[in-house]
Design a protein around this ligand. Structure first.
Ligand SMILES: Cc1cc2nc3c(=O)[nH]c(=O)nc-3n(C[C@H](O)[C@H](O)[C@H](O)COP(=O)(O)OP(=O)(O)OC[C@H]3O[C@@H](n4cnc5c(N)ncnc54)[C@H](O)[C@@H]3O)c2cc1C
Length: 397
């Protein structure tokens, strides 16, 4: 059991995803003690992997992490060997009907990262306790107590729920029914391939050296580079594809998922379809329904408990906004705690400061979740694709 410390407050972070680990780094840098607990057994317990673009929140991310992580950020980049310029810092979107370029979204300063490699980088130097699944939270005289499925207990000054889409912390704060994530009716599939074939890999990378999208038919497609081991030999590279469509919920992995996509979903065209056709049978492939939850006010236990990241606002992946909002949440959270402790906090102040933090997360998060749902609706019809925020406003906030 960790003891409370007024000079160096303890923040217990539930969930070692990107939000929790980034929060731990940001808090540690600012003099707080961060303990991360995670229900999985180890960082690589599950083979889940995807790529994400870090774009408008990149300057905030850079502020939150220590210099050694920034120095090693290339380790997490999908394709670190690129000459980054206006061309590579753009996300092109192709017309699913004609195959022509529909629009390009400029993403200056953005970098596409591997979720798995960024997570490994952010875990460096952080106290993570594995195999700890949160069961309950209670308020104590001086702070907050977390109980875990294995019978363990941890006391802390603050608790930050960063436990993802089906957050247990959220469930405890507002009740199981209200906290339930909603099915969107949009299915998402991804495949990760090492073709071991320079020509096939080149075909994907030639579409765009980072990533490209295709929209406007009953399926959205995406392709790109996941890793570029030997820059001079594309047969050593890994690529990814994604596909989104509207359908009945399924949750499949591996060969079963690949068969489902090939036989039950409408084909894409050009390299977007070839990427799927070429997928070796032993590749990592998954299909599931994207879920969302529109944030509403929660009881923050007198300012002791907060939510951040997908726990606060799980959204669809359109315009790659989820992690940008996680980064913003973490920055605001660190600043709120700094404000509180710089002012030698009392109960009234804590409640005020943390209520304001929550209000902002709820408003910004609800807006982002709703925008992601609207983007999804418009992406499957060529007549509405050009009305998408991605086309009219690009990848900005
Ligand atoms: C395919 C894909 C592409 C994306 N692309 C982009 C993009 O381009 N740009 C962007 O900004 N965002 C993108 N996102 C969104 C982004 O990946 C997420 O917003 C971000 O990773 C959320 O991280 P998280 O830490 O909040 O949640 P998670 O990654 O879900 O982490 C939650 C952690 O909490 C743990 N946990 C759960 N319950 C408990 C419990 N009871 N006790 C202890 N631990 C628990 C889980 O095991 C997990 O490790 C994308 C998402 C996907 C799926």
């Amino acid at each position: 059991m960790a003891a409370s410390n007024r000079d160096r407050p303890i923040v217990l972070i539930i969930g070692a995803g990107l939000t929790g680990l980034l929060a731990a780094q940001g808090l540690k840098q600012n003099g707080f003690k961060a303990i991360v607990v995670e229900k999985e057994e180890a960082i690589d317990a599950r083979p889940r992997e995807w790529t994400m673009l870090v774009h408008w929140a990149m300057p905030i991310f850079q502020r939150l992490v220590p210099k050694d992580i920034l120095r090693n950020l290339n380790d997490a980049l999908c394709n670190p060997n690129l000459q980054f310029d206006a061309e590579t810092e753009t996300l092109p979107c192709y017309n699913g009907v004609t195959g022509e370029l529909l629009f390009s979204s400029p993403t200056p300063g953005a970098r596409r990262v591997s979720r798995r490699r960024l997570r490994a980088l952010l875990a460096g130097g952080i106290d993570i306790q594995w195999n700890m699944s949160l069961k309950d939270i209670t308020r104590t005289d001086n702070g907050i107590r977390a109980d875990f499925e294995g019978g363990e207990t941890i006391d802390a000054d603050y608790l930050l729920g960063t436990d993802g889409t089906s957050s247990k912390v959220r469930e405890i704060l507002i009740g199981a029914e209200k906290a339930q994530p909603q099915g969107s009716g949009f299915l998402f599939a991804t495949g990760i391939n090492q073709y071991e074939d320079a020509e096939k890999t080149k075909a994907i990378a030639d579409k765009h050296p980072v990533a490209a999208l295709m929209m406007g038919t009953s399926s959205v497609g995406g392709i790109g580079v996941l890793s570029a081991k030997d820059p001079g030999d594309k047969s050593t590279w890994a690529t990814f594809w994604v596909k989104i469509w509207r359908g009945e919920p399924v949750d499949l992995r591996g060969r079963e998922a690949l068969d489902y996509i090939r036989t039950q979903t409408a084909p894409l065209r050009d390299e977007f379809q070839l990427a799927i056709d070429w997928t070796p049978d032993n590749s990592y492939v998954s299909v599931n329904e994207m879920k969302y939850w529109i944030p509403v006010e929660w009881d923050n236990h007198g300012g002791r408990v907060a939510l951040a990241g997908d726990a606060a606002h799980p959204m669809l992946i359109y315009r790659g906004q989820g992690f940008q909002h996680s980064i913003t949440d973490v920055d605001n959270y660190v600043n709120a705690l700094l404000q509180l402790h710089a002012d030698a906090g009392n109960n009234l102040l804590r409640a005020d400061v943390m209520d304001a933090f929550d209000d902002e997360v709820v408003k910004r998060g609800a807006n982002a979740v709703e925008q992601s749902l609207c983007e999804a609706e418009k992406s499957l019809d060529i007549n509405t694709v050009k009305q998408m925020l991605m086309a009219t406003r690009g990848h900005g906030k």
